[in-house]
Design a protein around this ligand. Structure first.
Ligand SMILES: NC(=O)c1ccc[n+]([C@@H]2O[C@H](COP(=O)([O-])OP(=O)(O)OC[C@H]3O[C@@H](n4cnc5c(N)ncnc54)[C@H](O)[C@@H]3O)[C@@H](O)[C@H]2O)c1
Length: 272
C-alpha cells in the first residue's frame, strides 16, 4: 500500500546493483511513494546492465559516478538537479566494498592498500557526497540523507574484519556532517543499521549464511528484509521524521538489544 509519502520529492539513489540490493528496493518503494529520482552506481557496476530495467520500471534516469571521485560526484549532483528540475530532497548512500573481505583476509593480517580502498569507497564517499552537495547547495532545506551501516561498528563480529572499522567511520561522518549541514541548511543525516541481508555485498562475507541464521534466531522479530529496510528509509526521507538527525538507527528486528534468546539456548542445549 502506498501513502504518497514522497510525492513531489526529488532524490538520488546510489548502490542498486541487482534486484537483491537494498537500494533496488528503496528505488521501487520511492517510486511507489511518488518520488522522482536519479539512479547512480560506479561505472564498472553498470556493465552488468541490470540497473537499466530498474530505471525503466521507475521512470528514472541513470547518471554513473564512482563515489570516490569528487569530479564525478559533482557531475552527479549537477546533472541530477537538471534532470529532476530542482534541488534534491533525499539521498540514499548504499555503498559498501571491502577487498580484504572479498579476499577473505583475516582482521589481524589486513592488507593496508585494500583497507584504504575500503575506507575510501565505503566511508569517505559519504563525506565527499555531502561536501559536494553542500558546495553546490544542491539539497533543499529539510532534505534527508540516509547511509546504510551494520552493527559491527559497535560490537565485534570477527568475520566483518575491516568493514567494522569502516562502518564506525561512516557513522561518525554522518553525525559530524549532520551537525554542520543541520545548522547551515537544516539537512538531516542518519545511518540505518540493517540486519544481515542476502545481497551481493552481504553474501560475500565469510560464513554469512550461518550468521544470517544466528541473527534470525536471536532477533525477536527475526531479520529485517531488504524490503523492510526500504520502507524504513522511505519514512526517513519523508516529512514525518523531520526532526530526526545525526542518529544511528537500528533496523534489525530487535537483535541489537537482545542478549540471548530461548531459541539459541535450546539450539545449543542449555535449557532447564
Ligand atoms: N547485506 C547486508 O547484510 C548489509 C547489512 C547491513 C548494512 N549493509 C550495507 O548496505 C549497503 C548496500 O549493500 P547491499 O547489501 O545492498 O549490497 P550490494 O552489493 O547490492 O550494494 C553495494 C553497492 O555498492 C556499490 N559500489 C561499490 N563501489 C562503489 C563505488 N566506488 N562507487 C559507487 N558505488 C559503488 C556497488 O556497485 C553496489 O551497487 C552497504 O553499505 C552495506 O554495507 C548491508
Amino acid at each position: 500500500m502506498a501513502y504518497n509519502l514522497l510525492k513531489g520529492k526529488r532524490g538520488i539513489i546510489t548502490g542498486a546493483l541487482d534486484s537483491n540490493s537494498i537500494a533496488w528496493k528503496v528505488a521501487e518503494k520511492a517510486h511507489e511513494e511518488g518520488a522522482q529520482f536519479v539512479l547512480t552506481n560506479a561505472p564498472i557496476a553498470m556493465r552488468m546492465g541490470e540497473i537499466n530495467g530498474l530505471a525503466e520500471k521507475t521512470n528514472s534516469k541513470i547518471v554513473p559516478a564512482d563515489a570516490t571521485n569528487v569530479e564525478e560526484l559533482t557531475h552527479l549532483f549537477t546533472e541530477s538537479q537538471q534532470i529532476l528540475g530542482g534541488k534534491i530532497d533525499f539521498v540514499l548512500h548504499s555503498i559498501g566494498m571491502s577487498v580484504n573481505i572479498r579476499k577473505k583476509i583475516p582482521y589481524t593480517e589486513l592488507n593496508y592498500d585494500y583497507y584504504q580502498k575500503g575506507i575510501d569507497v565505503s566511508a569517505l564517499s559519504l563525506h565527499k557526497m555531502l561536501a559536494v552537495a553542500m558546495k553546490l547547495d544542491a539539497i533543499n532545506e529539510w532534505g534527508s540523507v540516509v547511509a546504510l551501516t551494520y552493527m559491527a561498528a559497535q560490537r565485534t563480529f570477527p568475520f566483518y574484519t575491516d568493514m567494522a572499522d569502516i562502518k564506525a567511520m561512516l557513522e561518525s561522518i554522518s553525525r559530524s556532517f549532520g551537525y554542520h549541514y543541520g545548522v547551515t541548511k537544516k539537512v538531516r543525516i542518519n545511518t540505518v543499521s540493517q540486519s544481515p541481508t542476502k545481497t551481493t555485498a552481504g553474501t560475500g562475507i565469510k560464513g554469512f549464511g550461518d550468521f544470517f541464521d544466528y541473527a534470525q534466531s536471536i532477533a525477536p522479530l527475526g531479520n529485517a528484509s531488504a524490503e523492510d529496510c526500504a520502507n524504513y528509509c522511505i519514512t526517513l526521507f519523508s516529512d514525518l521524521t523531520r526532526m530526526v538527525t545525526m542518529q544511528n538507527l537500528f533496523h534489525d528486528g530487535g537483535f541489537s538489544n537482545t542478549g540471548v534468546s530461548d531459541l539459541v539456548m535450546n539450539k545449543i542445549g542449555i535449557t532447564e
